[in-house]
Write a protein that binds this ligand. Structure first.
Ligand SMILES: [Zn+2]
Length: 71
């Protein structure tokens, strides 16, 4: 019997279940949205504190925002 593991989202603190390989991409967040929000916040911090944004990071962010779930 597979073990169901619950995790707390690192951003919104909501409990969520990792049920598929695909969803693990968001770990440690509950969803793509939380992951992006967190990514956005640290990109901003990095920007003001130490280094300019890398182009690949911007591209990744844009791509992730553009796609909803593809099933
Ligand atoms: Zn969340």
């Amino acid at each position: 019997m597979p073990e169901i593991k619950k995790y707390k989202c690192a951003l919104c603190k909501k409990e969520y279940v990792r049920s598929s390989v695909k969803e693990e991409d968001y770990f440690p967040f509950c969803s793509e949205r939380c992951r992006l929000m967190d990514l956005g916040s640290w990109l901003k911090e990095e920007y003001v504190t130490s280094r300019p944004l890398k182009e690949e990071e911007l591209v990744e962010l844009a791509n992730a925002e553009g796609e909803e779930k593809e099933e």
